[in-house]
Write a protein that binds this ligand. Structure first.
Ligand code: C2E
Ligand code: MG
Ligand code: MG
Ligand code: MG
Length: 288
């Protein structure tokens, strides 16, 4: 055992560590070159109005469309992009694409975007987002920004001022992944949230795990008494959907409704449900 420890202590000689570092550097270079090359694209996950079962909007989720690896999940590149100071550019690049796309959806549909903790350290974040909205013509009152609690810890004052600017523009703010991480009820008062999203780890296990059920129940009651609507993420089947509805969640998302989709799939889905006005059949006097 001691020999093992001794070897680990000199781990900078460990060839596997070096390989790890090389992989990391390769990913970082790949991100730096991939952003201007348009390799980062938005995927979209349906958010459903639980009372009616109708699509309410979509959450934008980043994907890396890598020339060799194919679609790479955000867990692989968001943390590295954050550490390397590239998350701001990456995020703006996919937001621009998503705003331009969502502009063509039916006017009642919303778009949610995720903001990383390090983006809340950029005093110009709100201005950058507003500029994109103006350039793409997507209305601010159809945009919701999702922030996790850990983001608030790092610089509450700056986070408050950014959120204030966003809200002044009519943009809504959601507290994402509630119940995980550094959960604190005080955070609910620190920022003027419009919605709470219950983390999928509680929702998807609600039928197998008593504690999950108790936590979900407590959060929905809390939302109710604070007047904050609840979105449940991670609704994986019909049984969970019914339970979340009973507990008072207004919106839901998860595999029960659909996995994150590429832009072509979203267009097909919306066209099918008559939620894509721009794709309507051409008028008789219009060019085909
Ligand atoms: P999140 O915001 O909590 O997003 C929801 C994640 O849960 C998505 O994973 C989605 O695919 C997954 N999910 C949705 N429904 C279900 C379900 O029913 N069951 C299970 N097991 N999983 C479900 P994804 O796309 O891999 O995103 C992971 C996380 O990456 C997101 O978590 C979000 O925090 C982050 N992320 C994604 N896109 C962006 C982005 O553009 N910017 C930032 N800052 N973070 C992003
Ligand atoms: Mg989210
Ligand atoms: Mg989550
Ligand atoms: Mg979430």
């Amino acid at each position: 055992v001691s020999k093992q420890r001794g070897r680990n202590r000199f781990s900078w000689f460990d060839p596997s560590m070096e390989r790890e570092l090389q992989t990391r550097n390769a990913i970082e270079t790949g991100i730096r070159e991939g952003i201007p090359a348009g390799q980062f694209v938005p995927f979209y996950e349906q958010q459903v109005d639980l009372a009616t079962g109708r699509i309410h909007g979509f959450e934008m989720l980043a994907r890396w469309n890598h020339p060799e690896l194919g679609l790479v999940s955000p867990d692989m590149f968001i943390p590295i992009a954050e550490e390397a100071g590239m998350i701001g550019d990456l995020s703006l690049s996919i937001m621009r694409q998503a705003f331009a796309e969502a502009r063509n959806w039916a006017p009642e549909l919303t778009l949610s975007v995720n903001i990383s903790p390090s983006q809340l350290k950029d005093p110009w974040l709100a201005q950058k987002i507003v500029k994109l909205l103006v350039e793409t013509g997507f209305p601010p009152n159809r945009l919701e920004v999702e922030i996790t609690e850990s983001a608030l810890f790092e610089n509450l004052g700056l986070a408050q001022s950014i959120v204030g600017s966003l809200k002044n523009q009519g943009i809504r703010i959601a507290l994402d992944d509630f119940g995980t991480g550094y959960s604190s009820l005080a955070h609910l008062r620190a920022l003027p949230f419009d919605r709470i999203k219950i983390d999928r780890s509680f929702v998807s296990s609600i039928n197998e795990n008593q504690e999950s059920a108790a936590i979900v129940n407590a959060i929905t009651r809390l939302g109710d008494s604070l007047g904050l609507p609840i979105t449940a993420e991670g609704i994986e089947d019909h049984v969970i959907e019914e339970r979340m509805k009973d507990m008072g969640a207004l919106k839901g998302q998860g595999w029960r409704f659909g996995k994150p989709m590429g832009v072509e799939q979203v267009r097909a889905l919306l066209a099918d449900q008559n939620l894509l006005p721009a794709a309507r059949a051409p008028e008789p006097d219009e060019e085909p």
